[in-house]
Design a protein around this ligand. Structure first.
Ligand code: NAI
Length: 445
C-alpha cells in the first residue's frame, strides 16, 4: 500500500538521480489536518465582474490575504479566475492571459479555481465561452506542477459567486481537503446550503451511517466524518465484525453488523441510527465488491453479486430512507462510484455497470431528496492505495499509479475528504453530481 518510488525520488540522492534522468517526481501533497490554515499564501482573484468583486469582498472576511492584482514575484497560494460574465469565447482572452504569468508564482501545492456559469444556458456564443472554460481548466490542470491543482465551480442560473455552496466549494478546492482532486468541476445547482459555524466541525450534531466501514476507504470515511463532528454508525458484514468493532470504538460510534444486500437493510439502518442516536442525517454507501472477469467468461454469480451489493442494495436502502419520516431534515446521501463506471475498465463489465448505475441513481434521486432540502451525490475514486489495489500485479499497479496529473495514487483519506464535503451543509447546493477523486486520471474519460 506504500508508494516506495515516490518516497525515494523526494529526498537525498534519489531526488538528484530522478532529476538527472528526467523521471517523474510526484510531489508530497499538502493534505488537510485540523488547525491548518486554509491555504499557504495570498489568493489572487482575477476578474472584473460584479461577481468577482463580491467574491473578493467575501474572501476578505476569511483568514486569507486577498490580491486583486498580481504583485510581481510574490508567491501565491491560489488563483481564483472569475469568468461569470462571458458573452463570447473572445472574452476569455483578457482574464486568462492576465493570470497566465502569475502561474509561475504559484507556490507548491498551489490552487487554481475557475468560477463560471454552467454551459447549458445562454446564447450559442455564451455557451461556447462557458464550455470553453471546461477545456481550458482541464488543460491548465495538466500543466501545473509541484502538487498544484486546478478545479472549477459551475454556477447554475440564479446562483451567484457568493451563494453558500459556491463559497463552500471554493473553500474545499483551496484547502488541503481536495489534495487529490484535480481537473474537476462541481456544479452548484441551487442556493441551498449553509457554511458551518465552526470550519473544523462542519458535521457537528449530525448522525452519519457508513457502509463497508470495517476497512479501507470506508474506515477512512468513518474516521473523517467523526473528526468533522458527526456521530458515526459503522456498518459491515458479520464476518468483518472484529475490525468493525475496532473502528467504531476508535471513533466513539456504534457498530451495526449487517449485510446491506438483505431485504430489510434499510429499516435496520434507520432503526439502529434513530434508536441509538436519535436521528439520521447522512448515509454513505461505500460497501462495494469486485468480481472481475472478461465478459466472455462472465457467469451468473459474478454478475449478480456485484450488481446486488454495489447498486441494487443502495436503491433498496434509499427507498426505505426516502419513505421514512426520520430522514427529512436536509438529509444527505453520498455514494461510491468509480472511474471504471465512467471510462470503463477491461475485465470489469459487471463492476462498471454497477458503478455507472450509481451515477444514474444519484441523478434520478436528487429531485426526490430536494423536497426535504436534501442532496445526493457520487464520488468516483481513481487509483487509491488500498488492499484492493495492493493486490494488482506490480507493473499494472505502477502504471495505473503514475497515469494521472499528480503522478501518484490517492489515499483513502482523499476520498473521505470529498465525501465529508458533500455530506456537509456547505455542499447543500450540489445534488445529482459526480465528483472524481482521481488526480486527473490521464486515460479514459
Ligand atoms: P474494500 O474491499 O477494502 O472494503 C469494502 C468493505 O465493504 C469491506 O469491509 C467489506 O466487508 C464491506 N462489504 C462488502 N460487501 C458488503 C455487504 N454486502 N454488506 C456490508 N458490507 C459489505 O474496498 P475499498 O477499496 O475500501 O473500496 C470501498 C469503495 O470504494 C467500494 O465501493 C469500491 O468499489 C470503491 N472504489 C475503490 C477504489 C480503490 O481504488 N480502492 C477505486 C474506485 C472505487
Amino acid at each position: 500500500m506504500t508508494d516506495i518510488y515516490s518516497r525515494l525520488v523526494n529526498k537525498g540522492p534519489g531526488r538528484d538521480v530522478a532529476k538527472k534522468l528526467g523521471l517523474p517526481q510526484p510531489a508530497v501533497l499538502r493534505r488537510y489536518e485540523p488547525g491548518q490554515p486554509l491555504i499557504n499564501g495570498p489568493v489572487l482573484i482575477e476578474g472584473s465582474s460584479a461577481g468577482a468583486d463580491e467574491l473578493a469582498a467575501e474572501l476578505l472576511t476569511w483568514d486569507v490575504d486577498v490580491r486583486r492584482h498580481a504583485v510581481p514575484r510574490e508567491k501565491l497560494g491560489g488563483i481564483v479566475l472569475v469568468l461569470d460574465s462571458l458573452a463570447s469565447p473572445v472574452d476569455l482572452e483578457k482574464p486568462v492571459l492576465t493570470v497566465a504569468s502569475s502561474l509561475r508564482d504559484l507556490a507548491p501545492n498551489g490552487r487554481v479555481v475557475t468560477v463560471s456559469l454552467t454551459p447549458d444556458g445562454g446564447s450559442p456564443a455564451a455557451a461556447a465561452a462557458r464550455q470553453g472554460v471546461d477545456g481550458l481548466l482541464r488543460s491548465l490542470a495538466k500543466e501545473l506542477r509541484a502538487g498544484a491543482t486546478g478545479n472549477g465551480i459551475l454556477l447554475a442560473d440564479g446562483v451567484g459567486t457568493t451563494a453558500p455552496t459556491a463559497l463552500g466549494a471554493l473553500r474545499f478546492f483551496l484547502s488541503g481537503r481536495s489534495a487529490y482532486v484535480d481537473g474537476q468541476f462541481v456544479r452548484v445547482g441551487s442556493t441551498s446550503g449553509k457554511l458551518p459555524a465552526d470550519d473544523e466541525k462542519p458535521l457537528a450534531g449530525k448522525v452519519a451511517v457508513v457502509t463497508g466501514a470495517a476497512r479501507g476507504i470506508g474506515a477512512a470515511i468513518a474516521r473523517t466524518l467523526h473528526r468533522d463532528g458527526a456521530t458515526v454508525v459503522a456498518v459491515d458484514i458479520p464476518a468483518a465484525g472484529d475490525h468493525l468493532a475496532a473502528v467504531a470504538n476508535d471513533i466513539r460510534g456504534t457498530a451495526l453488523q449487517l449485510d446491506i444486500s438483505r431485504d430489510d437493510a434499510g429499516p435496520r439502518i434507520i432503526e439502529h441510527a434513530v434508536g441509538r442516536h436519535g436521528r439520521l442525517d447522512i448515509l454513505v454507501h461505500n460497501a462495494g465488491i469486485t468480481r472481475d472477469k472478461l465478459l466472455v467468461n462472465m457467469d451468473h454469480g459474478r454478475w449478480s453479486s456485484v450488481i446486488g451489493v454495489n447498486i441494487a442494495a443502495q436503491l433498496r436502502i434509499n427507498e426505505a430512507l426516502l419513505a421514512s419520516e426520520h430522514f427529512r431534515s436536509a438529509p444527505r446521501i453520498v455514494s461510491l462510484a468509480s472511474t471504471s463506471g465512467i471510462a470503463g475498465n477491461r475485465g470489469q463489465t459487471n463492476y462498471a455497470a454497477s458503478k455507472g448505475g450509481v451515477i444514474g441513481m444519484v441523478r434520478a434521486t436528487a429531485p426526490l431528496l430536494a423536497e426535504h432540502g436534501g442532496s445526493i451525490n457520487a464520488v468516483a475514486p481513481g487509483f487509491i492505495e488500498t488492499e484492493m489495489t495492493a493486490r494488482m500485479p506490480f507493473a499494472t499497479r505502477e502504471i495505473a499509479r503514475r497515469l494521472n496529473s499528480l503522478q501518484q495514487g490517492g489515499r483513502p483519506q482523499d476520498v473521505a475528504e470529498a465525501i465529508a464535503f458533500l455530506a456537509s451543509d456547505s455542499a447543500g447546493g450540489i445534488s445529482g453530481e459526480v465528483l472524481r477523486v482521481c488526480g486527473q486520471q490521464l486515460v479514459g474519460a
